[in-house]
Design a protein around this ligand. Structure first.
Ligand code: IMP
Ligand code: MG
Length: 177
């Protein structure tokens, strides 16, 4: 019989807050005069995005985009598509994509290619977490929060099968998932 997946704390809310503050400082330094377009990748980035933009005290615009993701399985299917596109024009804008986690890199590299075709003035990536041990395609993360071990993580917006998003801290999920 399988064991219920159990969350173990990885990063506390205080560690997350300090990291988001550090990222906001880096982003402010580079974008404060650029009126950037921040594009959050749904759903996992919503909490991070909300905390981050409250620390960015300069003019910017916010968008969200949805790419097809894992579903219940832990493994990426490798088949990725943009499910819900953008309302804002990307052409000529300084675009910063906000992602929860870069794992194999397949989803985000697909999305960056999709956005690059729309001819932004610049295109960079901010990721709250990075799991480099699982990378299948190279990805440059311009602003990185945490590097995480090769474990499934949840909380602070990040889910397993739509569960655990509400947790204010980040956990590894152990057991049968
Ligand atoms: P990638 O294409 O493998 O880089 O991963 C794409 C997406 O899978 C991420 O943006 C997450 O939404 C999801 N994902 C990858 N690893 C995890 C994890 O450890 N926990 C929850 N979601 C994950
Ligand atoms: Mg995601």
């Amino acid at each position: 019989m399988g064991s219920q997946p159990e969350p173990h704390i990885l990063f506390t809310r205080d560690e997350i807050a300090a990291t988001v503050k550090r990222l906001a400082t880096e982003i402010r330094r580079d974008y404060q005069d650029k009126h950037p377009l921040l594009i959050g990748v749904l759903k996992g980035s919503f909490m991070f995005m909300a905390d981050l933009i409250r620390l960015l005290d300069f003019p910017l615009e916010v968008e969200f985009i949805t790419v097809s993701s894992y579903g219940r399985a832990m493994e990426s299917s490798g088949k990725i598509k943009v499910v819900q596109g953008l309302r804002s024009k990307v052409r000529g804008r300084d675009v910063l994509v906000i992602e929860d986690i870069v794992d194999t890199g397949l989803a985000i590299s697909f999305l960056l290619d999709y956005l690059r075709k729309k001819k932004p003035a610049s295109l960079r990536l901010c990721a709250l977490t990075d799991k480099p041990s699982r990378r299948q395609v190279p990805v440059t993360i311009d602003y990185l929060g945490f590097t995480v071990p090769n474990k499934f993580i949840v909380g602070y917006g990040i889910d397993w099968d739509e569960k655990f998003r509400y947790l204010p801290d980040i956990y590894t999920l152990e057991g049968d998932i």
